[in-house]
Write a protein that binds this ligand. Structure first.
Ligand SMILES: Cc1cc2nc3c(=O)[nH]c(=O)nc-3n(C[C@H](O)[C@H](O)[C@H](O)COP(=O)(O)O)c2cc1C
Length: 342
């Protein structure tokens, strides 16, 4: 059967020089890439939880989780700052009101967490003998009863207590034991330990084994200070003894369909790295590197990260302290996450 498209393609290929044909093919791929980004833009705009937009159950769940976590983090500071969280509580209670307006279920995970974290906030102030801040009662108006009855077993801060490291732990135990720790002991971190963890993380799979990930490691206080002050996600904590920065080079990707692959490979590597650090008995906290333009430029000015590498994640690393608080970060019920396809 006659196919006009392949007839045209084959003849073009015969007539024009090879290099021109390659250039044409390249422009076609760039056009495809643009289309993919357009499509990605519209699905992100449509489904994401950007406030003021979609108020679906899952989007409001995200907003509740986001602000509950902010408060949980504040409750986990070893140097508790009474009266903290005006902005987070304002945002959280605003999302709770939207939730009520939509008649979403009160027993849903995110709502239970929001109420629980506010109860933990009240309990913590009572425990340290501080009055609740003046803004608090106005913000929670209408939720007093629900907060009073909320369950705090799975919300707020949890106490981490160091145990001797067992180098023979199973993978399951490493996953279960790992949690993000933001306070570290005074003991300096040895570069060799970090390189060893990086090497172990290289066991992570990558698309066609192309190994796009690059890892930057530093125990230099000046570099740590630059990285941590621009990243700013551990504000209020002492700077860690070491920092790791995971990137992924775009030079490893060959087709527009792979445009998100740097973050897939980078994510797999990052989790393997967190597991490796935990297995070595080190404490770590993954840190966001999805920056707005200002911080992206600042980090690239401060550190020698080549422009072809996209930022994946920062990791603060240190030795485990004897005791420290950390956010409970309770996981959702597996039924919320796992779907069996029959
Ligand atoms: C991509 C990513 C970015 C994160 N960014 C931050 C951050 O900027 N600051 C922070 O304190 N924690 C950050 N975290 C840690 C999360 O808060 C933490 O992983 C989550 O609450 C689950 O708790 P767990 O790690 O203790 O299991 C980040 C985690 C990930 C995976």
């Amino acid at each position: 059967m006659f196919h006009p498209a392949s007839f045209f393609k084959n003849n073009i290929k015969r007539i024009i020089p090879k290099s021109t044909y390659k250039k044409l093919k390249h422009s076609k791929k760039l056009h495809e890439l643009k289309q993919y980004y357009k499509w990605q833009f519209s699905s992100f705009a449509r489904f994401s939880a950007i406030p003021g937009g979609n108020e679906g159950l899952e989007q409001l769940t995200c907003q509740l989780q986001y602000h509950s976590h902010e408060i949980e983090k504040g409750l986990s500071h070893n140097n508790f700052r009474a009266g903290f969280g005006r902005r987070a509580i304002t945002e959280l209670t605003h999302s709770m009101r939207l939730w009520m307006q939509h008649n979403y279920p009160m027993e849903a995970f995110a709502m239970r967490e929001a109420l629980g974290v506010l109860k933990a906030y009240e309990d913590k102030h009572a425990k340290v003998g501080s009055a609740l801040p003046l803004f608090y009662n106005d913000l929670i108006a209408g939720f007093e009863q629900e907060i009073r009855n909320a369950d705090t077993d799975h919300c707020g801060a949890s106490l981490f207590t160091r145990k001797p490291n067992d180098p023979h732990r199973t993978y399951k135990a490493v996953l279960e034991d790992r949690c993000s720790l933001r306070d570290y002991s005074e003991e300096p971190v040895n570069l060799d330990e970090l390189i060893e963890a990086g090497q172990l993380a290289m066991r992570a799979p990558s698309v066609c084994n192309r190994q796009s990930v690059r890892l930057y490691i530093s125990t230099n206080p000046d570099i740590i200070h630059k990285a941590m002050s621009i990243q700013a996600g551990m504000y209020g904590y002492k700077e860690p003894p070491a920092v790791m920065i995971i990137t992924s080079t775009l030079t490893s990707f060959i087709d527009p369909t792979e445009r998100n692959e740097p973050w897939v490979d980078g994510g797999l590597f990052s989790m393997a790295l967190l597991g490796a650090l935990e297995a070595q008995g080190l404490a770590a906290c993954p840190l966001n590197a999805m920056f707005e333009q200002r911080r992206e430029n600042a980090i690239r000015q401060a550190l020698p990260i080549p422009p072809d590498e996209v930022l994946i994640m920062f990791v603060a690393v240190g030795h485990k302290p004897e005791k420290t608080l950390h956010p409970m970060s309770t996981r959702r019920d597996w039924h919320d996450i796992i779907t069996i396809l029959k």
